[in-house]
Each structure stands twice: as C-alpha cells, then as structure tokens.
Design a protein around this ligand. Sequence first.
Ligand code: NAD
Length: 485
Amino acid sequence: MSTKVVRNYVNGEWIESESKELLDITNPSTGEVIGRVPLSTRGEVDRAVEAAKQAFWDWRTTPPMARARYFFRLKEVLEDNFEDVVRVTSVDAGKTLDESRGELRRAIEMVEVACGIPSLMMGSSLEDVSNGIDCVSTRQPLGVFSAITPYNFPTMVPFWFWPFALACGNTFVVKPSEQDPLTQEQIFRFIDDEVGFPPGVLNMVNGGKEAVSAITENPDVKGVSFVGSSEVARIVYKKCGETGKRVQSLGGAKNFLVVMPDADLDTTVPAIIHAAYGCAGQRCLAASVVVAVGDIHEPLRDALVAAARNVRVGPGPEENIQMGPVISLAHKERVLSYIEKGIEEGADLILDGRQPDVKGDKGGFFVGPTIFDGLSPDMVIANEEIFGPVFGIMHAQNLDEAIDVVRKNPYGNATCIFTGKGKWAREFTYRAEASMMGINVGIAAPMAFFPFGGTKGSFFGDVKAHGSEVIDFFTDKKVIITRWI
Ligand code: NAD
C-alpha cells in the first residue's frame, strides 16, 4: 500500500496536485496513516474540465458500438484485477473483504449494463406525424459531466454514473471522497494501463469543498451527479440550479424495517442483522429503526440482541470478519455521541457497543453492535441519520401506526416489511413513502438496470442513478421533423 500523495488523472496523465492543502488518509482498521490526499484547487478542476471538453467531439463522434467495446474491455480488466481492488478498498475504507468484493461486483454490473449502449440509447420515430412529414427523436450526448461521491462505497458509487455517461458519448470528471481516495486511484491505474480511453475522456480530481464548488460553478460542466449527506446534496442541488446544470443529488437516509406479527423470525432476524451491521452501518440502505408490530416485539427484540452479540467485529482486511470499523475517529465520535443522545432521550440501551472487544486492536475506529429499545418517533435517534452500527426498536400497535411513522420521517430512501401476508405487504408498498422497498428483504438495493435513489429528504432531482432512465440524464432528446415531399 502506497503512503505517497494521491495524484489526479487528467487528459490521460497522472498529475501531482499543486495544492498546499493535504489530508491524511487513515486505515480505519488500525488508525495508521497510509497516504495523503490533496485538496485540489479550482484551477486544477477547471483544467480537468477543459481536457474533458476538448476530448468531447472525437469521443461523441465515435460510434456507440466502438464506445461499448471499451466497456467490454473494462469488464475484463476489473475481473482480472478483482482481488487487488478488493484489498485496497478493504484497507482504504475498513470494509470486510466480502463487502469489498460485493461492491466491486456491483460496479462491474454497471459496466456490463453500459455495454448495451447501442440499444439503451436508441430514440424513436414515427412516419406521417402529419401528411408527408416524419419525426425522429434521437438522443445526443451533451458534453462534460461530473460525479461527486461519498466515502462509504468508494468503488461502486462512481460507477453508478461515469460508465453510462461515457457510453452515451459524454466526457467526465470524477471527484472521489477525500476520506478513501486510494480505491479509485487503483481502479484508474488499471484503466489507464489496460483500457486506455482516449486522453481527456475520463478524468479524476481529488479534493473537498473547493473542488466541489469549482465543479458546480464551471459553465462547461453540463450536469452533476452527487451522492453524500443530505446537507451537501441540498447545497449541490441548489448550486447546479443556479448555474443551470442538470443535477441528480442523492442524500442521506433513515430506513425503517417493519416486522409484522406473522414474520418468520428465522429469516427476518439474520436479514435485519445484516442490514444493520453490514459496512458497520455505513450504508444509505442500512437498517436504522426496526418497527415491531404487535406481540412480535419481545421475541424479536431478544432474538436480535442474541444475534447481534455474535457479530464478529475486527479489521476489515482479515478473513472471517463480519463487521469492520467506521471510517474515521471523527465519525466514531459522532456515532458515540448519538448513543449518548439516545440514553439522554430515555431510550433503553439493550446492547452497548461503545467499548467493543476487538482482538489485537491497536487504534482502529471500532464501534460494536448497538441496539436501543423503546424508541419513540419524536426522538432525535429515531429521526437523524447515525450512519454507524446502531439501530433502535420501536413498538407499534398495528400496520397503520407503522406506516404513519415511515411517512412522517423526513427521509425517504428505503424501507422494508417482513410478513407472510400479501395484503399487508401491498398496503405497505402502496402507502409508505420511500423509493426502495423490500418485502422480506433487509436491503432493498436496486441492481444496475433499475433506478437507484430515494424521495423526500433523501433525493433532490428527478432522474435517479443508473438503470435505463439515467440515459435520459446523460443525453438530450433531439426531435427532427422532416418533409421531403
Ligand atoms: P458527505 O456529504 O460528507 O461527502 C460527500 C461528497 O461531498 C464528498 O465527495 C465530499 O468531498 C463532498 N463534500 C463534503 N462536504 C462538502 C461541503 N460542505 N461542500 C461541498 N462538498 C462537500 O458524505 P459522506 O460522509 O462522504 O457519505 C455518507 C453520506 O452519503 C451518508 O449521508 C449516506 O447516507 C450518503 N449516501 C447516500 C447514498 C444514496 O444513494 N442516497 C449512497 C451512499 C451514501
């Protein structure tokens, strides 16, 4: 693992940033510094955008079949280097090896779908829209797009966007999270060495707030895909509105998992444990609140505590670990402060993960599995995103009460119901307000060919990530009306 400064990738070249501001990159499993990341300047972002702008016309006029061939090659390259990327992600983000494998697999699925661009990008036509007049609607790329991505899926989230944008004929600037930029650096190395997009077609600039402002304010950037906290998602959405850009801005989450009295506990409990503690709770689809309906409350609570006690916590890169650390010391402190808040608010801390027993720990950012019982809808810990291995159990009398809680929550990313009754499941999916829904599934994660994104405070924009609809985001629908006779 390199300890040197991460470089930017612009116009087909690796470039050292001119920035004087650098941040340490830490291995969350040990607390050790493993590299430094520059906070690139506005000028550096502008140069990357200019390179992408210059590369646009040649790339845009490359036939879609020929563009698709780069993605067939990219898939092979990612498969060939699969375990190398996995190891970097595991050290960079503290994820377990299986979690790192899972997100790379998802990234590859995006590439696989982008290979179908000649069909995905097709328009439509109709003869005789009026006598002797024909009409064709065709999709055209727009120019330079950019993605600003979060730390919690350092491999996958950039792939939600740029393969589709490039396949459509646009060029791109990726701005990865400054907290774990080594994963994208590694992926870009493989792309540079073994795929070789024409210079300027795909660029990467590292940085933070200033780089984000530069992207959202550059007039040559036609559209921005953002994923991160709702606070920043709103800022990016607003700024792109002011500067007249297309924008899809995916924010934070508070996901409710409703367990009906007839739920099968043997399958429901492992599903909830996986949803709550996978990626140490740092998933926008993580289980945040379990709503136990009726008399399932006690047996469910006891089974969840018993299962949570058995979760093996340890360094991400070690084999047989079920839960790694959170990303940073600052984030660990934030998660602990929410546990304190829950106690202060009167919730019942039935499993305390504040001092987890992690074998051989020398300074990793670990928080153990934590569960509160007795949550009420007005509590801060029932409303704000904690983004750590902490969930609360709320007791509802019936399905209406449970749906009401989901509807009133300010976020609307994902929600799930566990039941054997189709009537309850139907009622729930019909009325609860969240865009990604699971029925007897704890993590409702849409695959590459379906749209990904929430509603309410979890999403700002209209076209969501990936799926066939994202082609609308990355293209303009041009209509050509023709008369020859
Ligand atoms: P974050 O909002 O702190 O950072 C996201 C990106 O925004 C980073 O690239 C960062 O450099 C930049 N940024 C941070 N502060 C900024 C500011 N003040 N101005 C401009 N840019 C800024 O998010 P994070 O902590 O990296 O990621 C976790 C969050 O992402 C959680 O809220 C999680 O729910 C959310 N998330 C959402 C989805 C989704 O699909 N909705 C997916 C993954 C993560």
